[in-house]
Design a protein around this ligand. Structure first.
Ligand code: CIR
Length: 256
């Protein structure tokens, strides 16, 4: 059975958004366009039946809009991460307070562990954790230990040259993964049905399944049509300003 989501938490972009970390060379970030795109993203989540809480921007943390990275929300507990990017560490301050409105069971990753939850993909009660420049083995082991306390399971996945695990793979329920070329043959995913992202469109490997619909980045028509042919119902959203900062569809929200 698919996980149904009720809540989402997002954080509005900061005016300093353009100062976020990036490896992309897609041009200058336009704050006003980013705000409009963020509003459209919130609207799409609401249309998927989610009650969306919109947090104020954190002006000192330009990457804080990528809220997915600072917390793993499971059906049984929430785990506040410890971002591998030092400039992002303070994004978790006061997060326990926000989460306590939704969760009784709260945990935190502690030093020397680092985790960004963009590296964690939920497949039912099994969580795949990518080891990246942001998520280390110690952090991944802490996640697994916490998950196991609640009867959930975690597996570590080695990933290649991508920012986060979910930069290159998304779970679309029904035992089905959407994968970029770099992840397609990863041993961890042999038992899944696979949908390949067109090689020219690797950014589209980060899509979000929400309650039967798929939030999908606009301008990736080949993969869009593949998803439709597979029976999915992708909703296109333009998140170009966040792409300029290496951010994908999933990183803009926590869903639980
Ligand atoms: C960063 O480099 O941390 C941000 N500019 C982008 C984070 C994207 N998060 C994600 O894919 N989960």
């Amino acid at each position: 059975m698919s996980n149904m989501f009720q809540h989402a938490i997002v954080r509005q972009p900061s005016k300093n958004l353009a100062k976020g970390i990036t490896t992309a060379s897609l041009g200058k970030v336009d704050y006003k366009i980013a705000m409009k795109q963020h509003e459209a993203y919130v609207y799409a989540l609401q249309n998927c039946g989610l009650e969306v809480r919109v947090l104020d921007p954190l002006e000192d943390f330009p990457d804080a809009v990528f809220i997915e990275d600072v917390c793993l929300c499971t059906p049984h507990c929430a785990i506040i991460t410890r971002p591998g990017a030092k400039s992002r560490r303070g994004e978790t301050d006061s997060f326990a307070n926000i989460l306590s409105d939704y969760y009784k069971n709260l945990h935190s990753i502690t030093a020397a562990g680092t985790v960004e939850a963009g590296d964690i993909m939920m497949v039912g009660n099994h969580y795949y954790i990518g080891l990246s420049n942001r998520t280390n083995q110690i952090g991944a082991q802490q996640i697994i230990q916490i998950l196991e306390q609640y009867g959930m399971k975690g597996t570590i996945v080695t990933i290649g040259e991508v920012l986060h695990l979910k930069t290159a793979v998304s779970y679309l329920e029904n035992n089905c993964l959407l994968l970029a070329e770099s992840m397609y043959h990863n041993e961890a995913f042999q038992s899944f049905q696979k949908i390949a992202v067109n090689i020219q469109e690797s950014y589209a490997a980060n899509a979000v399944w929400v309650n039967g619909q798929v939030l999908f980045p606009s301008n990736h028509c080949i993969t869009l049509n593949t998803l439709k042919a597979e029976g999915y119902n992708p909703i296109e959203i333009d998140i170009s300003e966040f792409q300029k900062l290496d951010g994908g569809m999933s990183c803009l929200s926590l869903r639980f």
